[in-house]
Design a protein around this ligand. Structure first.
Ligand code: ATP
Length: 205
């Protein structure tokens, strides 16, 4: 390729190089209110953000029945692909809101391995047991008991940059708390501290 055509290509595909996106990582059980906060964040944040939800990835999959062993692998690979899609979007300079359920340890290890730790704002989305059960019953589109089964593992790592209790604050208030936190993020971030705590944070997944 000639020098001229190379520079034309560069003009059409500007590469800002060093810039990476911020990842606002919402973690909580099902029905804790993550999607509601993500929607509010996209409404109020000044910079462009993408809400990447794993449900959207599951919805892209073909609908045909498969045997249980295959389904287990396909679900696992969907999660792994989702993590890599988030990392890829952030690496290309896009800001991302992730809503995630860290109900299996490998998911956190995989994210710690993939995401640039100083770019992650790790948000604990807390909601007490009685209230998640009430919401789950009311919405009726999640298997009964799902949120309670996830409660013990989801927050087991114990470290966040910022936390909200959605039984005390509505999604708008939680989103504003996160927005106000963004310009004052102390270092090391929760992801940096977790990588120190778990030095071989390389996913077995
Ligand atoms: N702060 C809140 N106060 C009261 N109700 C809320 C709050 N946040 C969410 N809800 C309600 O709880 C239900 C679940 O909310 P949402 O879909 O945001 O949860 P989620 O954590 O994304 O769940 P899932 O992981 O199952 O998709 C919805 O009916 C929503 O209206």
């Amino acid at each position: 390729m000639s020098e001229a055509s190379c520079s034309e290509l560069d003009d059409r595909h500007p590469d800002p190089g060093a810039s990476r996106g911020t990842v606002i990582f919402l973690n909580g059980t099902s029905s804790s209110g993550k999607s509601s906060i993500a929607n509010e964040l996209l409404r109020i944040l000044d910079e462009p953000y993408f809400h990447l939800a794993v449900d959207a990835f599951h919805a892209m999959r073909t609908r045909q029945e498969m045997p249980p062993e295959q389904l287990t692998t396909v679900l696992h690979n969907t999660w792994r692909g989702y993590h890599r899609a988030v990392a890829g979007m952030a690496a290309a300079g896009n800001n991302v809101v992730v809503d995630h359920v860290l109900s299996e340890e490998w998911r956190l290890l995989d994210c710690l391995d993939l995401f640039v730790p100083q770019d992650v704002v790790f948000v604990g989305v807390r909601c007490p047991r009685d209230e998640v059960e009430r919401r789950e019953r009311k919405r009726g589109d999640r298997p009964p008991g799902l949120a309670v089964r996830q409660l013990a593992q989801v927050h087991a790592h114990g470290v966040y940059d910022v936390e909200c209790d959605t039984s005390r604050a509505d999604p708008g208030q939680c989103a504003r708390l996160i927005k106000e936190f963004l310009p004052h993020r102390p270092l090391p971030t929760a992801f940096q501290r977790l990588r120190e705590k778990i030095p071989d944070a390389v996913s077995p997944g």
